[in-house]
Structures are given as C-alpha cells and as structure tokens.
Design a protein around this ligand. Structure first.
Ligand code: FES
Length: 154
C-alpha cells in the first residue's frame, strides 16, 4: 500500500506513531525493503519522553544480515541455493531458475503463497496470507527471508 501511495518512500523521511507492535511491523517492513533507518523517526504512545539517545528504548527488531549465510532447498525441483538472510525466497527461487508465480511483490495479493517444509523465515507481509495458512506452514515467498536453512515445496 505504501509503495502504491508513495512510490519513492525509500528516499523519504518516515515518521511513524502508534502502538509498539504496529511500529515494529513498520520498522521490519522498511528494513526488509532496504530502507536507510537513519531516515526513520517514531513517536511512542506511552513511556517517558526520549530526550537523549541514551533514553531510547531497546528495540528487538529482526534485522536481516546480508552477510549471514542461508540456504534454500526447493524440494520438488531438487535445487539447493546458497543465499543470505537478506534475500527473499522469491528472489532465490528465480536465481534457481524456478517460477513461483507472483504479482504485487509486497505481500498483498497472495499469489506467491508457497509451503515451507522446514526451517525459519522472517516474513513481514501486508495481509496477503491468513493466520490459518501461516499455521499450516504457508509463507509468502516475496516477503519471506530465509533465516538459515529452509526447505520450500517448489
Ligand atoms: S507476490 Fe503478491 S503477495 Fe507475494
């Protein structure tokens, strides 16, 4: 949605205000899309004012490491692709020459839904997958980052 409303948002200042789970989701989405977090600002609903950097609360955001080795195994095609935590499953599948169908590429349409058989991904979607599907092991390949070794049914 943000990409549709402000296509140049990666080059803008971002100001965010809301409950912490909302702001964490926004931060992780921006990090996932490569946003320079020096241009991110937020205001919390609660807590004491932050007057100095030392007053800032600890954040436990997942920050994918572009240097951290991961691996995606596509079980149906038998392809195993080395990658990093910063690569989406969809991008890795294309490197392997596979064609996981996709549409929006930012977690809304659900076209890239695929099943994860093992391993962990960090997925920040925009409503394109239901909680039931997630519980059943499905992910959206366009907005899921492999955290280590991951097996995908593709
Ligand atoms: S391509 Fe639309 S949700 Fe992944």
């Amino acid at each position: 949605m943000l990409g549709l409303m402000a296509p140049d948002y990666l080059e803008r200042e971002v100001y965010c205000c809301g409950p912490e789970p909302f702001m964490q989701t926004v931060r992780e989405m921006l990090i996932g899309f490569g946003f320079d977090m020096d241009h991110y600002h937020q205001e919390a609903f609660t807590g004491p004012p932050v007057l100095t950097p030392a007053d800032a609360p600890e954040l436990d955001d997942v920050v994918p490491d572009a240097e951290a080795a991961s691996e995606v195994i596509f079980t149906m095609s038998g392809r195993s692709v080395p990658c990093t935590e910063a690569d989406t499953i969809l991008a890795v599948s294309r490197t392997a020459g596979l064609n996981i169908p996709s549409g929006c590429n930012f977690g809304v349409c659900g076209t890239c839904k695929t099943r994860k058989l093992s391993g962990e991904v960090h997925m920040v979607h925009n409503g394109g997958i239901s909680e039931d599907d997630i519980a059943a092991g499905y992910i959206l390949a366009c907005c899921s980052l492999p955290m280590g070794r991951v097996e995908i049914e593709a």
